[in-house]
Design a protein around this ligand. Structure first.
Ligand code: ATP
Ligand code: MG
Length: 183
């Protein structure tokens, strides 16, 4: 599964619809301080199902919605869409019936988040599981936040193990076992 496009609308500093095309190989994002580079990575993590406001550098989940600037009023919703090339059909069962996969997450003030895959309503959990097995996802070690290296070095053995398990792609299994035990 290869990410091909990220579209942000009303997400943090990206008030107008903005497309980031992701070509094969390495993609670099450069720009002055405060131009929104970290916001792009946060959008990627958010559309994959991030639920911790702190990981989005906010105090509440609605803080990702464009909050207004000198000349532009605040928005009522934020939306991020992620396009994935699935021509090799590597997506898990249930997501595997087309060459491209589009995941959309939208948060509306006082309503909360809703997710769609290829236009169909799905649950947050479905989106999180989709990525958990691909060892990518909101908590993936392949997304390294500023300051995260220091956190890893200072981590307690238990949380360091969680990071390694996520990297090994087995955290989806734990999630399923936990749910099975609750049933
Ligand atoms: P640096 O090079 O310093 O790491 P950066 O390119 O990573 O900078 P970001 O941290 O992505 O920059 O962007 C910060 C900008 O996003 C700030 O100007 C901040 O005001 C703006 N911003 C964050 N959240 C919102 C929001 N909800 N509404 C409007 N603007 C926002
Ligand atoms: Mg930054």
């Amino acid at each position: 599964m290869r990410f091909t496009k990220l579209r942000l609308t009303g997400f943090k500093s990206f008030v107008d619809p903005t497309d980031l095309m992701i070509a094969e190989g390495l993609t670099g994002v450069v720009g002055p301080n405060g131009c929104g580079k970290s916001n792009l990575l946060e959008a990627l993590r958010w559309v994959m199902g991030e639920t911790r406001a702190k990981a989005m550098r906010g105090s509440g989940m609605e803080d990702v919605i464009f909050a207004g600037s000198g000349s532009r009023p605040a928005r009522n919703f934020a939306e991020v869409s992620l396009h994935i090339d699935n021509s090799e059909r590597l997506a898990p069962a249930g997501f595997n019936d087309s060459d491209t996969l589009e995941i959309v997450r939208r948060i509306t003030r006082d309503v909360g988040s809703a997710y769609k895959t290829n236009g169909k309503d799905v649950r947050a959990r479905d989106v999180q599981m989709l990525f958990a097995d691909a060892s990518t996802g909101a908590h993936s070690p392949s997304l390294v936040r500023q300051g995260q290296i220091a956190e890893l070095i200072n981590a307690k053995p238990k949380s360091r193990r969680r990071i390694l398990e996520e990297a090994a792609g087995i955290s989806g299994l734990y999630q399923r076992r936990h749910e099975a035990e609750l049933k």
